[in-house]
Design a protein around this ligand. Structure first.
Ligand code: DC
Length: 219
């Protein structure tokens, strides 16, 4: 079974996807972390965004996987914290708009998800990666609430930013993610929209779990 959860950054996708996968015993795949890992890798190798040939050869030897603790591992190294910095956040939208990178990530996502029941979160899961997903959800939230959530995350990795800086970077990212030509951020026609602005994490998780369990009973 595939559950697709899409939506803009800090709309509540990650915590919800993790909670839903725990409750249902499914594998969780945070596809945003995969684009962040590539961004980190390219930055470590000093490969510029317009250096097409080096990007292609970097992708050929790239190894991204998730370990049993849901950590993202890039070429053997756990990069779960390193991919969350302000620097990586500011570059990832540009990197994830590159068609060859998208195609490699989508192949990887389909291959990982082919092994078990999964909850995948991202921007294009219900529209491109798994257009026939069993369940599709699209999460949204008020921009101020999204910024506060991002600030809390940054504090956890000892990064600092003002709320105004975060709001501005979220707006830039929303714009880039939804206007790019390849697989833009878009609500799938058949996705159920959930506004998480006033919901607790448990309420977000329960909304989805309830829908999935209800349907299972009916079929
Ligand atoms: O969910 P996130 O903020 O960690 O995602 C980081 C970036 O990755 C986001 O700005 C857009 C990109 N992304 C994407 O293009 N497609 C996905 N399926 C997931 C993320």
């Amino acid at each position: 079974m595939i559950i697709a959860i899409d939506g803009p950054s800090a709309s509540g996708k990650s915590t919800t996807a993790k909670g839903v996968s725990n409750k249902l015993g499914f594998t969780h795949i945070d596809t945003g972390s995969m684009y962040r890992a590539v961004t980190l890798g390219l930055s470590h190798e000093n490969i510029m965004i317009d250096d097409h040939n080096r990007i292609i050869s970097y992708l050929e030897n790239l190894n991204i996987k998730f370990d049993s603790n849901d950590h993202i591992v890039l070429n053997g190294e756990n990069v779960s914290n390193a991919i969350r910095t302000v620097e990586i956040s500011s570059k990832v939208s540009m990197i994830s708009a590159i068609p060859e990178i998208r195609s490699k990530m989508v192949d990887l996502q389909r291959s990982i998800a082919g092994k078990s029941d999964c909850v995948l979160e991202g921007r294009d899961i219900g529209t491109v990666v798994f257009p026939n997903a069993d369940y599709k959800f699209y999460m949204i939230a008020d921009i101020n609430i999204r910024a506060k959530r991002r600030l809390t995350e940054l504090k956890q990795i000892n990064e600092s930013a003002t709320i105004e800086e975060i709001i501005s970077s979220i707006k830039i990212r929303d714009e880039l993610d939804s206007k790019r030509s390849h697989s833009p951020l878009k609500k799938a026609m058949d996705a159920i929209e959930i506004d998480t602005s006033l919901l607790s994490i448990n309420q977000q998780i329960e909304k989805i779990v309830k829908i999935v369990k209800q349907n299972k009973k009916e079929t």
